[in-house]
Design a protein around this ligand. Sequence first.
Ligand code: F6P
Length: 750
Amino acid sequence: MKITIRLILSLLFVAILVAGIFSYIQVRDARESLIDDLNRRSLLVAESLKESIVNLLPPNYKTKLNQLLEKFGNKERLFGVAVYDSQGVVLSATPGLFTKVPENVPQIFKSIQENQTADVIGTYQQKDIHIFSFPIRQNDKNTGAIVIYNDISYIKTRLDGIWENNFIRLLTLSLLIILTTVLVVRWSIVGPIAKLAEWLKNLRMGKSSKQIELPEGDILGPLASEITHLAKSLAMARAKAEEEARLRIIGETTWTAERLKEHVRIELGEKNLYLVSNREPYMHIKKGRKIEYIIPAGGLVTALDPVMRACGGVWIAHGSGDADFETADQNGKIKVPPDEPIYTLKRVWLSKEEEQGYYYGFSNEGIWPLCHITHTRPDFHLEDWIYYQKVNEKFAEAVLEEIKSETDPLILIQDYHFALVSFMVKSKRPDARVAIFWHIPWPNPEAFGICPWQKEILVGLLGADIIGFHIQYHCNNFLETVDRVLESKINWEQFTIERGGQITQVKPFPISVAFPSLLQNEMQDEVSKKKIKKEILEELGIEAELIGVGVDRIDYTKGIVERLKAIDRFFEKHPKFVGKFTFVELGAPSRTHIKRYQDLISEVETVTDKICWKYQAKNWKPIVFLKAHHSHEEINRYYQVADVCLVTSLHDGMNLVAKEFIASRNDEDGVLILSQFTGASRELQDALIVNPYDIEEMVDALEKALEMQQEERKERMQRLRNMIKERNIYRWAGNLVSALNRVRISKTVS
Ligand code: F6P
């Protein structure tokens, strides 16, 4: 419960209690004083009547006494007067008196007997009555009593009034006190503490050291002063650490998250980094009644999340999870990573039609097969192209909204989904520095020429200041395509294109992964590796000596079927591995609304079944196909124990599974088999490089990997790891940010 609510409830309880007690005491006192007053008045009346009544007592009393008592009828608040004899029998009374009051009241007789005045309060016929008995003595003998009957309903009415007024008054007062207390607590304690906490958080995160007005006074003052000292020490320690980092950076070759952070701070100052991609880094999904998040499969997220963790900023992406909307704020924003918020994810919402036309249609049935030479025919439709333009416009608007209060903002657009965004942003914000990184291959001009909107795509891309590809070969293909299609000035030495006053640099930036791996920094010893392997085999329900692993989105470019066929042939050719080696495919279903992808899943299942049927024994299987989205932690377990990892893409921009496998092997063991058609094969020469279309070559590579001596495995893995260590994702981002920051902005685009 919030402290203010607790405070309000406790104060309210105390206020009601206090108001109740005070009202009760006041009512009790008022009642006593009214009754005293009544007694006094009754005594006066009785005393004044005494003489006259004594003279009128028997034997000659009746008429005159009746006449005297008659006068007391019909008086306000007075029911009447009665005279009793020594035995408590009524001698005379105001006419009609005993229709309103009781005649025989024991206290009257007692009062006569004891010669003591008595007052009795009671209820008769639902009326409150006050009876005052005044004894009369004659010749030292009790002769009777004058009894005065009063109507005291007015006392109850008055006391009720006191209750009501008092209670309301005290309650109002208490509420005012509560309100004042709560406001004072909010202004003087909760507010300043919240401000202090925010200030400390910013300080901790190194966002801003702007001094805030610190609370004063005897409660928070000492705390604030201690915190200020602490903050100063923290700021000094940070400044020292930053200085050391700066000095280290000058002499360092290895890029780390810290180095990137420092580098970006030096390059950008307080500016934010804006990243745009179709795929979001964290996707919220419903699992029963619970909401969970997953990290989508694919290299883009693997590569860029560590960059955003290091630099902070805003990542704009399509909110495609079924619980994305309810987990974001009204602007579609959410701080991520969800468990350790560092940067902002801004989700852009798309309608089903937009997603179909732009993502499934134009991007993945058109550009994807166009750029990957895998003999899958690209399909282009006008309707999809219209949606593609519309969604690019939508993302451009989202970017423009985010950067509206920033000068010279830095924008990193990702991939083939957003070929038009650079131009759209630059035409409205020529001061923005825009880079687009194309994560997939760029084919030769003839192949690209299939696209009916090739000109529009090229114009859109050339809105950027930098276009990045993984390798120089793709840069060359792009320059040649522009040369064929557009009127422009190409500088083949500088790799720049000038068109309509805008200069675009075309450069390779080989993407990579975080090194050391974000998941595993500790060295895996043999004992823990054996334990993980045992657990995995138990989970799979098999026994095997050697494990091979493949990790892919189930995509026809990944050469999964070719890989399975190679494994089939491997067992045919090397039967000694039957019962010994199992290949585990961790396949994440992808783009499943597209028929080609559905067909591929069935094909992988069918081929797997066929091979299993052919070789499997009681406790062993040649292939285990785990068709599901797997978390990075799960995948990492397989990487750690795999004797061999197979990456057999038919065509791939880079392929980060290869690099992730290497980054995860801090035991310096395991062999990588890598397709020559991946961008990664240019850097990872210590892998066993294969042509995935050549089954025999893959079989030989697999045999070589499984027979390789530990020493050679270690040497190869060490060299591969050194390569990834040096060319990690922090270096990629550092180089891209530097290149973009060095770009001369022309401020106008025609
Ligand atoms: O490899 C190209 C790419 O778009 C990556 O950038 C991304 O990680 C991957 O494909 C995932 O594809 P999708 O976002 O369609 O699931």
